[in-house]
Design a protein around this ligand. Sequence first.
Ligand code: HEC
Ligand code: HEC
Length: 435
Amino acid sequence: MSRRRVILGASLAALLLGLGLARSGWLGPGRVPFWSPAHRWSPEEQRRIRSLSLDALPPLPPDPSNAVADDPQAVALGHALFFDPRLSGDGTVACATCHRPQQYFTDGRARANVRGEETPRHTPTVVGAGYNTWFFWDGRKDSLWAQALSPQEAPLEHAGNRSRHAQVIAAHYRDAYEALFGPMPDISDPRRFPRDAGPVEDPTLRAAWEAMTPEDRERIDRIFANIGKVLAAYQRRLLPGRTRFDDYAAAVSSGDRARMAALFTDEEAQGLRLFIGKAQCINCHNGPLLTNGEFHNIGLPLRPGEAADLGRAQGASQVLEDPFNCLGPYSDAAPETCLELRFIKTEGVELVGAFKVPSLRNVAATAPYMHNGSLPTLEAVIAHYNAAPRAFPGHSDLEPLHLTAQEMAQLRAFLETLSGPPAAPAALLAPPETR
Ligand code: HEC
Ligand code: HEC
């Protein structure tokens, strides 16, 4: 009797110990048969998962068109300017008004709106933008610094102008500016340098700009370009942070099933399997930033009253005409290094209605979605991909996926594992202490 009880007790203890060791992963990978098959990955699946991980992210590529791209003093000045509403027509709008640090540098709106009227497009994040080749949804800019110039003069955004913004630098940031770029030209004579002037829509400001000498316009343009260059230096420091998915990918790499099961539910793992397989998301959302950096037409619905948006078909010719592009007089790059611009594709039906594939890092925190903000939730996004409606204008690159309701829920659960705060010094994620 008592012997049997001892044996029984001992086997029970052994079983519990075994389970405990197995749970802790102590028995080692592959030795524990009872984890869900959701965490079993083929060699090809493992390769794909690794390719999406932050651990595969290369260092930030240099920007030869911006000599101060990685200068700490430029980062500090750019940080100050990113939050400074004096760089606007009425002193109320800064970059950070729409790219809000507490919302992963987005604004939570379908389409940006700071002046009581919507812009045609949705505000994307600037986190990780230093890795991009093309900027804006249609890629009409080829550098982070050239991008930073347009919103300053856009009537529905900063509604400022380059002459005024050059005066702001002269009045409030002269020392920091001169430490980076050398002596500022004297722009204090209002007859030569009107307070408000620029090649903008407003006819008065445009006339004032055209009345200036080409040399004086060049002086202002150079200061304006340098404002863009320091803003770019700041934004280059805002990098995507580690997420639960990246830890899971590391566990997949080391074959640690216990850790996989501790990090991802079966539903999330199945969602990842769909993402890299049946749902074909990885065709366009690939690499550690989950974007191929290309332009595709995915047949989004037009909003009521929205005019057809040609997307890349327009953006490609605009970037070639941009005086602030890599080949222009304000670029620091040797012309032969501007390869993207030299080999740009500007014609083809596939450019019509095509927009840049956005990164999916932190996607669960940046609703609503798409260039026109037309899809409010991740459910709506996944339903869109599942149905793959016909495009207008152009042709959709999607095909219907035939996912079940369960699979759509799995895909969404996976997308929610891609969130993590930006990897940047805390000080850069808040307004600077002093201006
Ligand atoms: C009124 C809101 C608003 C303001 C202010 C604003 N932005 Fe944006 N930003 C947007 C919108 C909307 C887009 C997309 C527009 C488009 O693609 O046509 C965008 C796009 C961008 C992009 C492109 C990201 C990418 O991946 O292509 C960057 C970078 C950026 N803004 C930085 C800035 C900087 C720097 C400033 C300040 C000089 C600024 N923004 C001011 C709304 C704003
Ligand atoms: C053919 C290329 C392609 C495929 C395949 C693809 N996407 Fe996209 N994705 C895009 C493009 C392009 C956009 C932006 C479209 C636009 O705004 O016009 C986008 C946008 C998104 C967005 C919105 C992100 C944001 O910040 O607005 C999400 C979410 C998304 N895709 C998820 C997925 C998922 C999930 C799959 C797989 C079911 C998938 N995508 C498959 C090209 C693709």
